[in-house]
Design a protein around this ligand. Structure first.
Ligand SMILES: C[S@@+](CC[C@H](N)C(=O)[O-])C[C@H]1O[C@@H](n2cnc3c(N)ncnc32)[C@H](O)[C@@H]1O
Length: 220
């Protein structure tokens, strides 16, 4: 199905394989509605995409898209250049199955975003609840380098993570919580913060999770 990043050192390769195996197990063993991050409509993400003024033909990528309903919501609005990237092939298979015939209108990439080498340019990079799993600085730096390479100047990046008062773990893994300032620091001076929102996500089991979303523009 997809393109994978280049192989690096054995430890990195082992960690990447463990991460991929973890996420494959999650998506192979749970239905969509059993996932704590499930949402029927990605309302905040859509709001921020509208706020970015992204044209319908613009190239949009959803990083760590999992089985999110963002792609079908965007297709329904007339966006037509969509890519979903996830480390888990099982997630992408489940997402494609749910989309049915619409799946052929999305470009699917199975890759670890911290090792991915983008070959095309995107107008908008969206990430809800993938970046916060990068708890080591080198991984966050690799993510930022990848985003800078993938985003065209003037393009936008939306990152949603657990907020500073949000959960410390997700899917059994530790996370790093963020506010707009820490996200801004990771991306560096080439990005301008345009919007910052907090969101209370209600999990399918009825718990509230505090999220932080930020929208940045990549300066020329
Ligand atoms: C909590 S889920 C969120 C899924 C989706 N964004 C949503 O809002 O429904 C995190 C997703 O990030 C993916 N992921 C985790 N680490 C990743 C990485 N290094 N590269 C790409 N995807 C990753 C997982 O496979 C999973 O689908």
């Amino acid at each position: 199905m997809g393109k994978r990043g280049a192989i690096r050192c054995p430890r990195e390769e082992m960690l990447m394989q463990e991460s991929r195996a973890h996420w494959d197990r999650v998506y192979d063993s749970k239905a969509e509605g059993e996932l704590s991050w499930y949402q029927e409509r990605p309302a905040v993400s859509l709001d921020l995409i509208h706020r970015a003024g992204t044209p319908k033909e613009a190239a949009i990528i959803d990083i760590g898209g999992g089985t999110s309903r963002l792609a079908e919501a965007l297709l329904a609005e007339g966006f037509r250049n969509l890519t979903a990237l996830d480390i888990s092939e099982a997630a992408l298979i489940a997402a494609r199955r749910r989309l049915g015939p619409g799946a052929s209108r999305v470009n699917w990439i199975a890759a670890d975003v911290t090792r991915w080498d983008p070959q095309e340019s995107f107008a908008l990079w969206h990430d809800r609840a993938a970046f916060h799993f990068l708890i080591e600085a080198p991984a966050r730096e690799a993510y930022a380098r990848c985003a800078i390479k993938a985003l065209r100047p003037g393009g936008h990046i939306i990152i949603g993570t657990f907020a500073p008062d949000g959960p410390q773990r997700c899917s059994g893994l530790p996370v790093m919580r963020h506010d707009a300032a820490s996200l801004s620091a990771v991306l560096g001076g080439g990005f301008t913060l345009l919007d910052s929102r907090r969101d209370d996500h209600l999990t399918p089991s009825g718990k509230v999770q505090k999220f932080q979303f930020a929208l940045f523009r990549r300066e020329a």
